[in-house]
Design a binder for this molecule. Structure first.
Ligand code: RUB
Length: 317
């Protein structure tokens, strides 16, 4: 790799995120941090300023992969804000240690959040899930490890079918799973005690941006009086929304919805493929984080405490 260039590990990670080989907000954050560490360790920059410029370029490459999960820019902030130093070695050491600390905090946050979420679950409860969220899994795994006997209704989650991952993982855990297509969710809410979903981004007004279909599920659950819990570590709080920033909802290739011959058959039909939607705070009972559980309307206080009013975009500097 030449002086000033982005390393292959960053390009590979960016491609893997864009193609969803790495997916889910926590996994995206973890891979992003690791890629920045690789940039720092593999760089042949001649001086500190060049290495810092490379790290910003690497961050931009990673940032431009998928627009919705705020865990990505929050990770870039954490790592880039650490890259002080007058020499290449000093910057490299600072980044390596910030990334190690970040990844450790990510793990601990999920463990701590899992304990908080598990406290909402009791033996005999049925949990309905949507998509595949490692933060949700942490709550269920902790509850099961504590001896709580649960069953699960797992939504398929069209078009990428992340529900398969959730069903597989819960089955391995010994949780009885009923696997349903998305449109069957309403019919199964009477058998559900809690809806547990993850989040890609939580905004200052307590809205939750998560996999498309979450908003409809939460509205139905609210109408039936079923508990709606969002399991989301504080890395999912979007500090830019404190000052009016908006969440960009990703629209993915329509080939994920209709592909091959079908897409030709329907070539005069407009196909849309939004990947996420926004659930208003009033349809959520609690946001479970590693810092405890919060009514969604109060999450703004935690957001302000953790990120301050001006989070900055150090990758743009
Ligand atoms: C993933 C998704 C997940 C959140 C939370 O969407 O919406 O619910 O990212 O996951 P995609 P986690 O599959 O399009 O990335 O709790 O693992 O961060």
């Amino acid at each position: 790799m030449g002086d000033g260039q982005v390393c292959d590990a960053v390009t590979d990670t960016a491609n893997a995120i864009a193609q969803m080989e790495i997916r889910g907000a926590v996994a995206i954050a973890d891979a992003t941090a690791a890629a920045l560490r690789d940039q720092a360790t593999q760089s042949s920059a001649a001086d500190a300023a060049t290495l810092q410029a490379e790290l910003r370029a690497a961050a931009r490459r990673l940032h431009d992969t998928r627009p919705t999960a705020v865990s990505l820019p929050n990770t870039l902030r954490y790592v880039l804000n650490s890259m002080d130093g007058d020499t290449v070695e000093a910057v490299r050491t600072a980044v390596v240690s910030a990334v190690a600390e970040f990844r450790d905090r990510l793990d601990r946050a999920q463990t701590d959040l899992g304990a908080v979420g598990a406290s909402r679950l009791s033996t005999g409860d049925t949990v309905m899930t949507h998509c595949h969220s490692t933060d949700v899994l942490a709550c269920i795994v902790t509850a099961v490890n504590q001896g709580t006997e649960l069953s699960a209704i797992v939504k398929e989650t069209r078009p990428r079918k992340q529900g398969h991952m959730t069903a597989r993982r819960l089955d391995e855990l010994g949780v009885p799973v009923t696997f349903i297509v998305d449109s069957a969710a309403h019919s199964y809410l009477d058998e559900t005690d809690h809806v547990f979903v993850g989040a890609d981004t939580i905004t200052a007004d307590g809205s939750v941006v998560n996999k498309i279909g979450t908003a409809g599920l939460a509205a139905s659950a609210r109408e039936r009086g079923v508990d709606v819990v969002v399991a989301a570590q504080t890395l999912k709080l979007d500090p830019e929304t404190l000052s009016g920033g908006r969440v960009d909802i990703e629209h993915r290739d329509v080939g994920e919805v209709l592909s091959g011959e079908l897409s030709q058959e329907f070539d005069s039909v407009d196909v849309a493929n939004p990947a996420f939607d926004r659930t208003p705070a009033r349809h959520v009972d609690a946001i479970v984080t590693e810092r405890g559980q919060f009514p969604p309307e109060s999450i703004v206080m935690l957001m302000r405490e953790l990120y301050g009013p001006e989070p900055g975009r150090p990758w743009e500097a």
